[in-house]
Structure formats: structure tokens, C-alpha cells
Ligand binder design. Structure first.
Ligand code: NAD
Ligand code: UD1
Length: 339
């Protein structure tokens, strides 16, 4: 198949490109590079030995989308493109609704016009808000707590309506839990701009000495040690899930909503300990106040993904930490040259 990968230069996108290319698919990356680098796509070419066309354009630009669909014979779209910083979404909600929600509507219009009706969408466990019970199943109540999360919820609803309006659409809504780690080659990985918002890249930057101390946001939650519990999933496992979703769509039309998580939760202190062991580095930390909007625990019931996609996460916490450290230590400045 030929797959258009929006946001394909980003963290999860690049890892998915590798899985697609290694499975024999052709890929075309469509990315405005607002949060990524051309070098990441070149590294994918280096790892796979295959050529990747990169179109630097915006999903809100209908003309560029139409041009892309007329240049390539696209069979399906994996749609990663989106803004994802929770704090920024609170400050600039309209930017998030415009980029994520309107951008997705424009993409779907262009797909429809081109007769391409197979779509895999990056949703998030953030749509569950503060879960009422654990592990979280796909039929749990939804309710996001910030504009970023609401863009994911609105897009999910929009795609459900689209699927009802035209049963020819094949749509997978993949709800990711917390992707971490990197490709084992150490050539690609997460490269946050500025101060990382998320735990794992913050830990790796403390380990490499770029940041002095990790702030642990609260130790008074009702969890194993009082710190927040999340379902961390190796990004290569997550990437593989997209391939399984595409394969399932080939024999099943309609819409599927599925969790991609491991089912296993780890606390912040457990993560610090595991990373220190894998890297051999000390991770100094101090406990500070809770982060507003945070929840105590969040982990998936991943059984539907196993039943429907034949997928389950295979890599454990040690591999997440080992591969994350391999990437960070080999690329202390990410894709940027050393200054
Ligand atoms: P990322 O920022 O590394 O990748 C997103 C890519 O989309 C970037 O390369 C960026 O340049 C591109 N992009 C953004 N807006 C665009 C636009 N208007 N037009 C074209 N390209 C655009 O993020 P990621 O971590 O790889 O996440 C990929 C997707 O998965 C996002 O939709 C994100 O919301 C979702 N997601 C991520 C996580 C996570 O923790 N990383 C968790 C759940 C869901
Ligand atoms: C955050 C986002 C969520 C998004 C997810 C994946 C918020 C409120 N939520 O969730 O919408 O879907 O990332 O991108 O931003 N922690 C620290 N110190 C840090 C950073 C994090 O102690 O410097 C703790 C957090 O309190 C949490 C855990 O580490 O308990 C994981 O945090 P993070 O990586 O930001 O993920 P989420 O909280 O799941």
C-alpha cells in the first residue's frame, strides 16, 4: 500500500514509518515541520535504506493536500499531525482547535474528494479525563480536562459522524497511553522543543546533565508510593499497532476505537529507579506540588487491541529505559547540532 503519513516527521510518526517501510509499504510524509526536523526523516531513510518523500505543507492547506493526492496514488492515511502541548493549549485554545480539529476536517475533505477513505487517527488516553475505574476500557466515560484533550474528543466525534454518513470509510481511533523510549538504533527518538512537559524526556535530560533536578509533581496520590501512575508504552510497540490497524481495516470496514497501552502502570518513583538502573546515571529529584489537571492513575485495559488487531505490547520497562537512554546519550541535543 501507499500510505500518506501526516505528522510523519514527528516522534511517533518516524517510528511508524520504519514499521511501514519494513513491512514493504510505500510512504509519503506530509508535515509542516512545526515541531520536527527534516533530519528525522533522513534518519528513517538511513535505518531502512529506503527513500521517503517529504512534503513540507500544512494539513489546513487544502490546495497542498489536493496536489498531494493527485501526485501520489494514496491508499490510506495515518494522521499524526497535530499540536500536543497541554499547557500551550490552555493559553492558545483557538490555535489548537484550528490546527487539530479544522486541520482534520480539511484532511478528510481532501481524502473524500480523492476517494481515499481509509484513516488511522492518533487519539489519546487523555479523552478519558479522570477515569472512574481502572484499567480503562474503551467504553469508559470520556471527558477531557483541557483544550488539547477536547480537540481529540471532538475529532473522534467528527470521525464517528463521518463513518455513519458514509459506511465506505474505514477509520481507526487509536487511543495511545504514554509513549516513551526510542528506536533501538539510537538514530531517532523524542526531541522536545524547550523544557519537556512530559516525565520521560525530562528524566533523560536530567540524566544527561542538561537539567539539574526532576520535580516530582506530588507524592500524596492514592497510589503505591503516592506519585502518579501511568501506562508507559514503548514507541516501537505503539508504531507496530498502526500497522495492525491498517491490516485489520483491509478486511473490516467501519470504525474501531481501541486503546494502545500495556495494561501495566508504573509510578513516577518507579520510573526514576528503572531509568537510573538502565542508564547508570543518578537522577536527582525533589517532590513539589501536584501539577494542576493531573490525575492519580491511568492505565489501559488493552484486551480489545489484542482481540481486534491481534496486537499487544511486547517491550517492558527495561527496554523503554535502555532505548530512551541510547537515543538521549547518542544525541544529547536531539536533531539539533551541538552549540
Ligand atoms: P510530534 O509533535 O512529535 O509529531 C506531530 C507532527 O505533526 C510534527 O512533526 C509536527 O511538525 C506535525 N504537525 C503539527 N501540526 C501540523 C499541521 N497543521 N500540518 C502538518 N504537520 C503538522 O508529536 P507525537 O508525539 O509524534 O504525536 C503524534 C500524534 O499523537 C499527535 O496527534 C499527538 O496529539 C498524538 N498523541 C501523542 C502522545 C504522546 O505522548 N506523544 C500521546 C497521545 C497522543
Ligand atoms: C500528559 C498530559 C496528557 C497527554 C500525555 C501524553 C497533562 C496534564 N496531561 O499526561 O494530556 O495526553 O501527557 O502526552 O499535561 N511528572 C512529574 N514531573 C514532571 C513531569 C511529569 O512528576 O516533570 C509526573 C506527572 O505528574 C504524572 C507522570 O509524571 O504523574 C506522567 O506525566 P506526563 O509524562 O506529563 O504524562 P501524563 O500526565 O499522563
Amino acid at each position: 500500500m501507499t500510505i500518506l503519513v501526516t505528522g510523519g516527521a514527528g516522534y511517533i510518526g518516524t517510528h511508524t514509518l520504519i514499521e511501514l517501510l519494513q513491512a514493504g509499504h510505500q510512504v509519503v510524509v506530509y508535515d509542516n515541520l512545526c515541531n520536527s526536523s527534516r533530519i528525522a526523516v533522513q534518519r528513517v531513510e538511513e535505518i531502512t535504506g529506503k527513500k521517503v518523500d517529504l512534503i513540507q505543507a500544512d494539513i489546513c492547506d487544502r490546495q497542498s493536500l489536493d496536489q498531494t493526492f493527485s501526485t501520489y496514488e494514496i491508499d490510506a492515511v495515518i494522521h499524526f499531525a497535530g499540536l500536543k502541548a497541554v499547557g500551550e493549549s490552555v493559553e492558545k485554545p483557538l490555535t489548537y482547535y484550528q490546527n487539530n480539529v479544522s486541520g482534520t476536517a480539511t484532511l478528510c475533505e481532501a481524502m473524500s474528494a480523492a476517494g481515499v477513505k481509509q484513516l488511522v487517527f492518533s487519539s489519546s488516553a487523555t479523552v478519558y479525563g479522570d477515569p472512574q475505574s481502572l484499567p480503562i476500557r474503551e467504553d469508559a466515560a470520556t471527558g477531557a480536562t483541557n483544550p488539547y484533550g477536547r480537540t481529540k474528543l471532538f475529532i473522534e466525534e467528527m470521525l464517528r459522524d463521518l463513518s455513519i454518513s458514509d459506511p465506505a470509510w474505514r477509520i481507526a481511533l487509536l487511543r495511545y497511553f504514554n509513549p516513551v523510549g526510542a528506536h533501538p538504533s539510537g538514530l531517532i527518538g523524542e526531541d522536545p522543543q524547550g523544557i519537556p512537559n512530559n516525565l520521560f524526556p525530562y528524566i533523560t535530560q536530567v540524566a544527561i546533565g542538561q537539567r539539574q533536578t526532576l520535580s516530582v509533581f506530588g507524592d500524596d496520590y492514592a497510589t503505591i508510593d503516592g506519585t502518579g501512575v501511568r501506562d508507559y508504552i514503548h514507541v516501537v510497540d505503539l508504531a507496530r499497532g498502526h500497522l495492525c490497524a491498517l491490516e485489520r481495516q483491509n478486511s473490516n470496514p467501519g470504525l474501531l476505537t481501541v486503546n494502545l497501552g500495556t495494561g501495566q502502570g508504573y509510578s513516577v518513583l518507579e520510573m526514576i529507579k528503572a531509568f537510573a538502573t538502565a542508564s547508570g546515571c543518578d537522577i536527582p529529584y525533589q517532590v513539589v506540588a501536584r501539577r494542576p489537571g493531573d490525575i492519580a492513575s491511568c492505565y489501559a485495559d488493552p484486551s480489545l487491541a489484542h482481540e481486534e488487531l491481534g496486537w499487544k505490547a511486547e517491550k517492558g520497562l527495561d527496554e523503554m529505559c535502555r532505548d530512551g537512554w541510547n537515543w538521549q546519550s547518542r544525541n544529547p541535543h536531539g536533531y539539533k547540532p551541538a552549540v
